[in-house]
Write a new protein. Structure first.
Length: 407
């Protein structure tokens, strides 16, 4: 019996394959398919009039990103709204996805559901990909019989959050990339270009200007200790972010400092409020109680200051305070947000009002990022021009000085 079961399991095990072939007209085509083996793929495609020329098995590994989970949620929501049964929807998404790791995850969840587990519990087995907010919303949707609507809300929520994260990354990427490029250019000049000028100036026998001597001294340090500079710099950056990610006191300090940074801090604050409002709106609209919703919302803003504020709000709301007064007591939300929440509470449309707050701040982030990009370009050009131009001028000063003496 065990042998038969093992053989059956082995036969039913499927893998992801990429295939190439030609159709009836001889046109080259390619695609992807999940099957138990290449023979099944060949016979399946042959029935479709496709002659297979190449089949390659995907590696079992792969990384599942938040973007993959967002796309998976949207696909499930679309299919369920179209009337596709849950298990069939899992099967379609699992076998049709190009990421083998996600395909395996989806089909594993499908197996759990087939064996009697409810969907929320099946998701909870994979906390790396489905957080408490996701699982709680799915559980509420299952209990209320509105899973398709909840998945649609979840997909929209994750798309909005993904967009906010993308805008913040794009705002930070440009200056960081310029700083890295500037450092590399400076290092190349210091290690390779300045020493060539130094050997040239040694034959002059004249006293060199102070700026030239300073640049040459820095260049000598770079040449002698470039390995230490790069090692210490790389190690310091890695250690800083490692500690920031894992140390609560460090997170508290850095998240507070980030919010105080000119220009950038305001963008991050608006993004945090947008994510906070969007998350609470989604949870509340799904019928999750406010206190329970706040538990999931706490980590959604992406900033430890708002995490602590949300925990404080949750405690006060659980003792009978209104959401508006609890938010006001934290002193981290703008007055406009507090007043709109108060109106939403009085009108019984808190989820709608929170959604409008999120829309407003998402638009604010869009405008701020666009303005930031326009502002950073001239600033970066000035910094780079001063840095690179200063070194060039320092190296040419002796040549100018000699030209004046000769003339």
């Amino acid at each position: 019996m065990a042998t038969v079961a093992a053989q059956t399991d082995k036969k039913s095990k499927e893998f992801n394959y990429a295939w190439e072939g030609t159709d009836k007209t001889g046109k080259k085509i390619k695609g992807e398919m999940r099957a138990a083996g290449p023979v099944i793929i060949t016979s399946t495609l042959r029935r479709q009039g496709i002659k297979v020329t190449k089949i390659k098995k995907f590696r079992s590994g792969g990384k599942i990103t938040d973007k993959d989970i967002t796309l998976f949620t949207r696909q499930m929501a679309t299919m369920m709204k179209s009337g596709v049964p849950l298990l069939q929807a899992f099967d379609i998404v699992g076998k049709g996805h190009s990421n083998p790791a996600l395909s395996k995850l989806v089909l594993d969840i499908k197996s759990d559901v087939e064996t009697g587990s409810n969907l929320a519990d099946a998701f909870r087995k994979y906390p790396l990909y489905f957080n408490a907010l996701y699982c709680n919303l799915v559980g509420a949707g299952e209990a209320a019989g509105i899973l398709d609507g909840i998945l649609d809300r979840l997909a929209t929520y994750k798309e909005k959050i993904q967009a906010i994260k993308g805008k913040i990354k794009s705002a930070l990427f440009y200056p960081i990339s310029i700083i890295v490029v500037a450092f590399i250019i400076t290092a190349v000049i210091m290690i390779f270009v300045i020493p060539a000028f130094k050997s040239l100036f040694e034959g002059f026998g004249a006293e060199l200007p102070a700026p030239t001597l300073i640049v040459m001294t820095i260049s000598d340090f770079f040449v002698d200790y470039w390995w230490a500079i790069f090692s210490i710099l790389g190690g310091s950056i890695y250690t800083f972010f490692y500690v920031w990610k894992r140390s609560i006191p460090m997170q508290r300090i850095m998240d507070r400092l980030v919010l105080k940074v000119p220009i950038f801090g305001e963008v991050i604050r608006k993004a945090a409020i947008a994510r906070w409002s969007r998350t609470l709106s989604t949870m509340f609209a799904a019928g999750v109680p406010l206190v329970e919703s706040l538990d999931s919302v706490a980590g959604a803003a992406g900033n430890y200051i708002y995490y602590e504020a949300t925990k404080k709000i949750q405690l006060e709301v659980s003792t009978g305070n209104s959401l508006m007064s609890s938010m006001a007591n934290t002193a981290v939300f703008p007055n406009m947000v507090i007043q709109m929440v108060a109106i939403g509470e009085e009108a019984g449309s808190l989820d709608s009002m929170l959604s409008k707050i999120a829309d407003f701040y998402e638009a604010e982030v869009d405008d701020a990022v666009a303005a930031l990009s326009s502002l950073m370009e001239p600033m970066i050009m000035v910094v780079l021009g001063t840095l690179i131009g200063g070194m060039v001028i320092a190296m040419y000063l002796p040549i100018f000085k000699m030209g004046m003496v000769v003339s």
